[in-house]
Design a protein around this ligand. Structure first.
Ligand code: HEM
Length: 490
């Protein structure tokens, strides 16, 4: 009886202390929630927009329960700095993503991995081997060739030009050439090396569709994830994608000596073959997972930015005039293309790109982070394990930060403005900031600048008369315009 009494007293005290410590917590403001689903019903398919509306009402730091997952949403430069700089180390983990778990071969990749030694080693490899200026410069010939191909496709097309197809073809070929010395699309967007490319395209489309679906496992505690009805479908898709990747890696190893420039996959294979865990499954899975992430992370982000920039320039013709004037002034018109060496001179074009990324950040909610310890932000208690969303879309359109926030006005970045996109100015962080900042930023920016400069330098564009153009968006992992941009050459 004494033991039973002791256990009872202990349990009562334990639950009381837990409850007291819970009630003492001061969480950020939060709307009323519903049982089980929490605040999920407040989110539309345009999550960045519905979160902006909630932040306007509840303030720059907001607490939500998405299903059973505690979440904070921050939407001001100061709050973003708190998360990504002041408390960066505490917030650099990732929450659970169903697709992420399976497609990263159980967290062998970088983007979905919570942190730890493996993730740190991959980030280091990116910084010292893959995304160095020298390595990026060594692929200048690929970008030059793809630009020439894009220009000749445009020259040979009469009538309506679908810009999105051209940009995806350029972006995907540049990435697959850089990562694994392979092109998948020819000039008119048709597939080269048909069987392999068709399979890859199909798997990529199905994966994106799967990533966009509602997955119950992302909104319940980890011990309940098994109830997700999408798991078997994701496993089948992953097996298909793995078959493709396996084939690519084997082919790559065989053709090693035929390449004049080391590509990213060569570097990855060398790094992991050199290590002590040589032929281990983890080493091979890491190469496959990271390759997939680099292709996925590098294509649509740049292509959507270029499409938005062109759309805004055409909807605001005086900005197009200025961008063209600058190109005429600084780039030798006898040259067939704008070269990478010309890019730093193009101040107005760079302001156009900043303004585009302010209004249309390719990843409007970054990729969600997660806290690893309990922490205080702006006087509020943020529990350990809280999913953390930084709403770049809301920050970019905040009237307290920007004058006439919805107006496309590259001039705001000229004159005294020192704001750039590299992660130090928290009012404009399209690539994120801190430990999780985008490792491909320099390559991504280079592609956006180069393609945009060439499209404007070489051609005069016009909107199709009678057609309505607008700046609505689609839902997706990347923030594309709702309707692909179709234009005419003058
Ligand atoms: C992560 C934006 C191009 C590879 C990210 C993140 C953003 C971003 C917002 C998440 C940051 C965070 O979690 O806080 C962009 C934009 C691009 C671009 C706007 C171009 C305009 C690229 C390119 C590559 C790339 C060219 C690779 C070739 C990655 C990877 C991650 C990432 C692997 C995950 C990093 C990690 O979780 O540690 N990017 N990106 N991105 N990006 Fe990019």
């Amino acid at each position: 009886a004494t033991i039973f009494g002791g256990v009872l007293v202990f349990l009562v005290l334990f639950f009381l202390t837990k409850r007291l410590s819970f009630t003492r917590q001061r969480l950020p403001p939060s709307p009323l929630s519903l049982p089980l689903i929490g605040h999920l019903h407040l989110l539309t398919r345009m999550a960045h927009q519905s979160l902006q509306v909630l932040s306007n009402k509840y303030g720059p730091i907001l607490y939500l329960k998405l299903g059973m997952v505690p979440t904070i949403v921050v939407s001001s430069p100061d709050m973003a700095r708190e998360i990504l700089k002041t408390h960066d180390a505490k917030f650099s983990s990732r929450p659970y993503f169903l697709v992420g778990e399976y497609f990263s071969y159980g967290y062998c990749g970088m983007g979905f991995t919570s942190g730890g030694e493996h993730w740190k080693n991959l980030r280091k490899l990116c910084a010292t081997e893959l995304f160095t200026i020298n390595r990026i410069d060594s692929f200048e010939w690929v970008r030059k060739e793809e630009i020439s191909r894009m220009i000749s496709t445009i020259e040979n097309t009469t009538g309506v030009i679908n810009m999105r197809n051209l940009l995806i073809t350029y972006g995907f070929n540049v990435m697959t050439e850089t990562v694994m010395s392979k092109r998948f699309f020819c000039e008119n967007g048709a597939l080269l090396d048909a069987d392999q490319a068709r399979e890859f395209k199909k798997v990529s489309i199905e994966t994106v569709e799967m990533a966009l679906k509602f997955h119950i496992s992302e909104f319940v505690p980890s011990y309940l994830r098994w109830i997700d009805w999408n798991i078997p479908k994701v496993k089948i898709l992953q097996a298909k994608s793995d078959k493709f990747m396996q084939q690519i890696v084997q082919e790559h190893k065989r053709s090693k000596n035929s390449r004049k420039t080391k590509d990213f996959m060569d570097v990855l294979l060398e790094s992991f073959t050199d290590s002590s865990n040589k032929q281990s499954l983890k080493a091979e899975n890491t190469v496959k997972a990271l390759t997939m992430e680099l292709l996925a992370g590098g294509t649509d982000t740049s292509a959507s930015s270029i499409e938005w920039a062109l759309m805004e320039l055409l909807l605001n013709p005086h900005t197009m005039v200025k961008a063209r004037e600058e190109l005429v002034k600084f780039v030798d018109l006898t040259n067939s293309t704008v070269n990478e060496g010309d890019l730093p001179k193009l101040t107005y074009l760079n302001a156009v790109i900043k303004e585009t990324m302010r209004l249309h950040p390719p990843a409007p909610l970054l990729v969600p982070h997660k806290s690893t310890v309990e922490c205080k932000i702006a006087g509020f208690d943020i529990p350990k394990g809280t999913t953390t969303i930084v709403n770049l879309y809301a920050i970019g359109r905040d009237p307290n930060v920007w004058e006439n926030p919805t107006k496309f006005c590259p001039e705001r970045f000229l004159g005294d403005s020192r704001i750039d996109v590299k992660g130090q100015n928290f009012e404009l962080i399209p690539f994120g900031s801190g430990r999780r900042t985008c490792p491909g930023m320099i390559l991504g920016l280079r592609n956006v600048q180069l393609v945009l400069a060439n499209l404007i330098h070489r051609f005069e564009w016009a909107l199709i008369p009678g057609r309505e153009y607008g700046v609505e968006e689609t839902t997706g992992t990347v923030n594309w315009a709702k309707t692909p941009l179709e234009v005419l050459k003058r």
